[in-house]
Design a protein around this ligand. Sequence first.
Ligand code: UDP
Length: 311
Amino acid sequence: MRLLVTGAAGFLGSHLTDRLLLEGHTVIGMDNLLTGDLRNLAHLKGNRRFTFAKQDVSQPFDVKGSLDGVFHFASAASPPDYQRWPIETMMVGSYGTQRCLALAHAKGARFFLASTSEVYGDPTEHPQRESYWGNVNSVGPRAMYDEAKRFAEAMTSSYHRTYGTDTRIVRIFNTYGPRMRPEDGRVVSNFIVQALRGDPITIYGDGTQSRSFCYYSDLIDGIYRLFLSDRTDPTNVGNPAEFTVSQLAEIVKEMTGSPAAITYLNLPTDDPKMRRPDITAARKAFGWEPKVSLREGLAQTIPYFRKIVLS
Ligand code: UDP
């Protein structure tokens, strides 16, 4: 297949690109490099099935030739990043999604949207099933990301209903692994980098809020299977093993052997109190199940950060 990946220089976009190339496909990668990094694609230099274009997909763009699939992964994704780039985040989620859908429709390609568990906001149902409509503050400090992704889901559903565009929507839960930026600001990268540097580990709030952390390889596998499946409804892909932020801090401290102290900072406004995916739909539709435990994933991720932080 000939496939377009937007956000190809990002953490997940680059891992997805690797998987698609491994499966024998041809990939056109696009990224405006706002939060993406070409170093994530450096190993693909000379690969004749991969080309890259620096492109902001919220602006008009075209792809020459046929396309079988369009994966829309472009977006800032960590809270500090999307809060630093609020308009860009809304633009790529709205205009960017519409442009990618129009392209997929024109080429007769399958469209795949990277959506998020953030569409559930600060959930009042736990764990979160795809049927839950969410609890989102439309004007709060996370709105630029949450509402852009909710709009993107609505636009994707509208193309599907109106034009019969072949669409897939994945709701991605917290994911971690190599190629995250040390300054990304998300909890796994922050804690590992702080532990390795011996800086205080920054817990926001009292650390009782929970997240469910998925290793990138499991996530990419779920994404690829969903793409090949015939399921057009939004689908959760994440690891249901749930941890409090305090538990994560303890595990990271233990696994890095760090003497770092723990410091408590203010809980950001609208920070979801808990999050855990119900993955029944993914299990039934395409037999997906995460395989990598948090400790196994961290054992792969810590050496990656150690190399960057201590070099
Ligand atoms: N968090 C924290 N310390 C940090 C970074 C994040 O305690 O240095 C908390 C954050 O408040 C949230 C959880 O960890 O409750 C996950 O945050 P992250 O930014 O990774 O992703 P989110 O799931 O909030 O989008």
